[in-house]
Design a protein around this ligand. Sequence first.
Ligand code: GLN
Length: 198
Amino acid sequence: MEIGVLAVQGDFAEHIAILRRIGADTREVRLPEQLEALDGLIIPGGESTTLSRLMSIYNLREPVAEMVAEGRPVWGTCAGMIMLANEITEQDPVPLGLMDISVQRNAFGRQVDSFEQPLRISPLDPEPYNCIFIRAPVVIRVGSKVDVLASLDDGRPVAVRQDNLLATSFHPELTRDTRVHQYFVGLAKNNSSATSMR
Ligand code: GLN
């Protein structure tokens, strides 16, 4: 079981630390060949316009899309969610277009408007999860194949899943609560055991 973390920009080190803490092997991914044989990939938070440019320069767009088409789980947090979307409300960045959601960037304002909010995340146990929002995006449309896992009190979705794709507006890598990482590693384990039985 090895989970890659896209390490071209953003808070990849925090994801790696939490994955290690829960006993998953990890790999920093900067080049397309580093995606080979991974059981899952995390696209971290950061700045999606930069992430978008660097993913093009390093030729990572197609291989990540192939990974998703093969059924391997990919999880985007914050800027990573923006990258997974089919559609965003601005021209820049150019998302990967892998998940049937529309996303609005910086939906809560500037850095100073960052906040924490305990929310129930449906596949986890009922204990609320402390969600950290930092210049976070929000989902403004979900396609028919998308499950909403968590929403704000006003109903706007902030955690969504479509088959092997997971996206969260908030930053589980900045908390001590490992439950969302454990959930993602569980998706990767299920997929790799299903694939090895084929
Ligand atoms: N506001 C950033 C963007 O649009 C995302 C912020 C984050 O990842 N914490 O890319």
